[in-house]
Write a protein that binds this ligand. Sequence first.
Ligand SMILES: NC(=O)c1ccc[n+]([C@@H]2O[C@H](COP(=O)([O-])OP(=O)(O)OC[C@H]3O[C@@H](n4cnc5c(N)ncnc54)[C@H](OP(=O)(O)O)[C@@H]3O)[C@@H](O)[C@H]2O)c1
Length: 208
Amino acid sequence: MRSSEQTTVLITGVTQGGLGAEVALAISRSLPKLLILAGRDLAKAQATETAIKLVTPGAAIRLLKLDLSSQKQIRQAANEVNGYQESIDRLINNAAIMATSYATTEDGTESQFGTNHIGHFLFTNLIMLKIFAAGQGARIVNVSSAGHRRSPVRFDDYNFGVCRFLLKLILNLCVCDMNTEMGRTAQLTINGRPMAKQRLRIFFSRWH
Ligand SMILES: NC(=O)c1ccc[n+]([C@@H]2O[C@H](COP(=O)([O-])OP(=O)(O)OC[C@H]3O[C@@H](n4cnc5c(N)ncnc54)[C@H](OP(=O)(O)O)[C@@H]3O)[C@@H](O)[C@H]2O)c1
């Protein structure tokens, strides 16, 4: 595994006061080659950059506009990442919304599901070659939640038409699918809670 000075780390959801900003700050202390702060509001990402630079003046930071509630914007962000010279050694899918009023994304998906799960799933897949390019030891970290214990996945109601408690279970299942499929071929490690397989693969094929 390469040393931290050689790694490029991309973190989503880096607003001050949240876990993403704290993780970014902690990682900056080991002076990675590049820290990419991805957020839907660049002013907030900029504030986190400023805070990091106060603690780690030598940190190499790049900002990325990424709105996970818009598949169009996710594709733009992924295009930007795919144009980088650097490969992505660490992708930390941290951004999320939680317990918001019922709403849909511009793509018509329930907003939590669309942002937390489909958004990250699409973004991760679109930049997967950049992660593969980092080689052995590349890592995807999906920040999860104990909320998955509250309900099984109801695949017939993924858009929360009837019930609204899918929470993080989908992302956890996605981790398992990625691990079994990609871990084998690309020796990529994906952190998260391992779970189901076949139904999930069919389910997520809708967003490929
Ligand atoms: N805090 C907890 O107790 C807890 C418990 C279990 C799991 N978690 C998980 O831990 C992670 C971080 O949680 P947190 O408490 O730090 O949350 P937070 O403070 O609310 O931060 C969430 C981050 O996600 C960003 N975000 C929201 N919608 C987005 C979108 N459409 N596109 C891009 N970014 C978006 C937010 O940006 P804006 O500032 O622009 O909204 C913010 O930077 C999440 O995955 C959460 O599910 C947290």
